[in-house]
Design a protein around this ligand. Structure first.
Ligand SMILES: Nc1ncnc2c1ncn2[C@@H]1O[C@H](COP(=O)(O)OP(=O)(O)OP(=O)(O)O)[C@@H](O)[C@H]1O
Length: 254
């Protein structure tokens, strides 16, 4: 579980995050949504420990990151997996080498142990016979699966995903969403996903944090969105035609 308390982040005179209080739950797919420029990426980078908050605290299972010594902060960061926007695979490494990378960086496992674990996670994301291929030789959807395998290979407690669906067709995007949700539940990890994708909100939005101009404007589940009368949320969400149709159907009880 992650607890965010009065989080502020400024760059120079510009305040991007303006005092956010919220929680991200273990075993749930927690989504951060909001318009472009709302501060989602800055928020995710604060959660990852890449940006130091200007004020406020972020607690991981009850421990404030800023109160930890350097070594404990490093240990905590090793418990964080990240799925980067676009996958961010190393082009010159094979798929197996890409997935093995965090194990080589952070563990002292034998090569055979690492290979077994790589095999296990690649199977978990439903990828077979790709170990010796290079990223350019597989599809975008497969690259996303590799990126998920790499993010979970070191058994993280926290999984952060930045726009995991970007660049995918709607069907593949939903498969990736479902895969992330399944893994979240199976491994009981705290997953935080930064997304623009309203399909993702409908599909896996168990806990949604809506940011507007650096403030937390709304917090709830996908089912609560339909009941919400919050104007800024509904203006944002129902700018999607799909959401408008689903809401109409829900109101008619279909
Ligand atoms: N390193 C930085 N230095 C200065 N300003 C920054 C930095 N990173 C982000 N910002 C500013 O913070 C604001 C919020 O950016 P952020 O990338 O978090 O938005 P976002 O909600 O993720 O948008 P998008 O959906 O378009 O990715 C922007 O005005 C951006 O210019």
């Amino acid at each position: 579980m992650i607890e965010v308390k009065n989080l502020h982040k400024s760059f120079g005179q510009e305040e991007i995050l303006k005092g956010i209080n919220t929680e991200f739950y273990k075993g749930k797919t927690n989504l951060i949504i909001g318009q472009s420029g709302a501060g989602k990426t800055v928020f995710l980078k604060c959660l990852l420990g890449l940006f130091e908050p200007t004020d406020g605290t972020i607690e991981y299972n009850g421990k404030a990151y800023s109160s930890l010594d350097n070594e404990t902060q490093r240990d905590l960061r090793q418990k964080m997996g990240m799925v980067f926007q676009g996958g961010a695979l190393f082009d010159s490494m094979t798929i197996a080498e890409n997935v093995m990378f965090p194990l080589r960086m952070f563990t002292k496992q034998k090569k055979s142990e690492m290979m077994d674990r790589v095999q296990e996670v690649l199977q978990r994301v439903n990828l077979e016979n790709v170990n010796h291929k290079f990223p350019s030789e597989i599809s975008g959807g497969m690259q996303k699966r590799v990126s998920i395998a790499r993010a979970i290979v070191n058994r993280p407690e926290y999984l952060f995903c930045d726009e995991p669906n970007s660049g995918l067709d709607p069907k593949t995007a939903i498969l990736i969403d479902n895969l992330i949700q399944e893994i979240t539940k199976e491994y009981d990890i705290t997953t935080v996903i930064n997304t623009h994708d309203m399909n993702s909100v409908l599909e896996i939005g168990e806990n949604i944090v809506y940011l507007k101009d650096g403030n937390l404007a709304w917090n709830g589940s996908k089912d609560e969105i339909y009941k919400s009368e919050d104007k800024s949320l509904t203006d944002f969400v129902y700018s999607s035609e799909l959401f408008k149709k689903v809401r109409k159907a829900q109101l008619k009880g279909i």
